[in-house]
Ligand binder design. Structure first.
Ligand SMILES: [Zn+2]
Length: 288
C-alpha cells in the first residue's frame, strides 16, 4: 500500500513538473558570424559622425509544443571561411563592404546541431525578407514550410531597379532559386502561426516591400519582438533612419509599430544587427 502510494505521489509530482515544459516555449538567439568592422554611415547615411561598427547577423530558433521554428537562416554557407569563398558566391562589393566573418560552424544547420536539433525536424522556416543575410540558407530546409509575405518573394526574384538587380547583389537569386520547389506559405499581412497567440508574424514593410518581424511569448510570460531588419540597431531607435529602404515612409511606420508594441505590451525588442544588445541581452543563449 505504502509503496503504491509513494509511486503514485512520485508520478503525480512528475506530471506536475512535466506540465509546464509541454506548454512552454524556448527561444535561442544565434548569429551567422559577424559583419564588419565598417563605417556605420555606410548603412545609416543620416548618422552624424563616422564610427566603425561590427554587427551580428541574427537568426532565431524557437521550440514550440507544435514544432521547431527557425526565423531567418543567415548568410549562405558558401561564403564561409574567407573572402575568396565569399567572392565566388556574393558580389565582390558585398564581401568587401560587409567583411563577413562567418565560419562554416556558424551556419544555421551547425547551430541547430549544437542544440541537438536536426534540420529535418524544423517544421517552419520564417524568413523576414529576401536579403542575402536573412534568406541565405532556406535551401537547407527541404522538409519545412517556408513562410514569407508573398510580395517579398516577387521582389526577391525581381527587385526594383533602384534596389539593384545583380543576381548576386543584396538579393541573391540562387538563395531563392535553390528552394524554388519547396513548400511556401505566402502571407499577406500579420499571422498567428500556431493559432495560440504565442508566435505572431508581424508585417513590417519598409526595409523591403514585404519585410516581416515576429513576436513570441515565452514560457515565462516574457514577450519578445524580433524586429530583424525593421530595426537594425540602437541608432535607428535613436532616430537616425536606416539607408537601403524600399520605402522610407513604410519603414518609419513599421518602426513606430514595433516601438508601440514594445511599450504598450511591455515587450523586449531585440534587433537584427546590434552588437551591444546581442552581447548584453542574450546572444548565443536561450532567452528566458
Ligand atoms: Zn540584415
Amino acid at each position: 500500500m505504502k509503496k503504491t502510494g509513494l509511486l503514485a505521489s512520485m508520478l503525480a509530482a512528475l506530471a506536475i513538473s512535466a506540465a509546464p515544459a509541454a506548454q512552454s516555449q524556448e527561444l535561442y538567439w544565434a548569429t551567422s558570424g559577424y559583419f564588419g568592422p565598417f563605417n556605420i554611415q555606410g548603412l545609416i547615411p543620416t548618422y552624424p559622425k563616422a564610427k566603425d561598427i561590427t554587427i551580428p547577423v541574427s537568426m532565431w530558433i524557437l521550440k514550440h509544443p507544435k514544432g521547431i521554428v527557425v526565423f531567418d537562416t543567415g548568410n549562405n554557407a558558401a561564403i564561409s571561411d574567407g573572402a575568396d569563398n565569399c567572392k565566388k558566391y556574393w558580389a565582390a562589393g558585398s564581401c568587401d563592404f560587409l567583411k563577413p566573418s562567418q565560419k562554416r560552424s556558424d551556419v544555421i544547420d551547425q547551430q541547430l546541431a549544437k542544440l541537438g536539433i536536426k534540420v529535418d525536424d524544423v517544421k517552419v522556416v520564417v524568413s523576414s525578407h529576401s536579403h542575402l543575410d536573412h534568406s541565405g540558407n532556406i535551401a537547407l530546409f527541404p522538409k519545412a514550410v517556408h513562410v514569407y509575405q508573398k510580395k517579398e518573394l516577387y521582389q526577391g526574384y525581381w527587385p526594383e531597379k533602384f534596389q539593384g538587380r545583380a543576381a548576386n547583389g543584396t538579393f541573391v537569386l540562387n538563395d531563392l532559386v535553390a528552394a524554388r520547389d519547396y513548400d511556401f506559405y505566402e502571407l499577406d499581412g500579420d499571422y498567428d502561426l500556431f493559432g495560440d497567440g504565442k508566435v505572431k508574424i508581424i508585417s513590417t514593410p519598409g526595409h523591403t516591400i514585404g519585410h516581416q518581424s515576429m513576436k513570441v511569448t515565452l514560457g515565462s510570460g516574457q514577450v519578445i519582438i524580433m524586429s530583424q531588419d525593421a530595426v537594425w540597431m540602437q541608432e535607428n531607435l535613436d532616430g537616425y533612419a536606416a539607408g537601403l529602404n524600399f520605402s522610407i515612409q513604410a519603414y518609419t511606420n513599421s518602426l513606430e509599430k514595433l516601438k508601440r508594441m514594445r511599450d504598450l505590451e511591455g515587450a523586449k525588442l531585440l534587433m537584427a544587427h546590434d552588437k551591444n544588445q546581442f552581447d548584453s541581452q542574450g546572444g548565443n543563449k536561450w532567452q528566458k
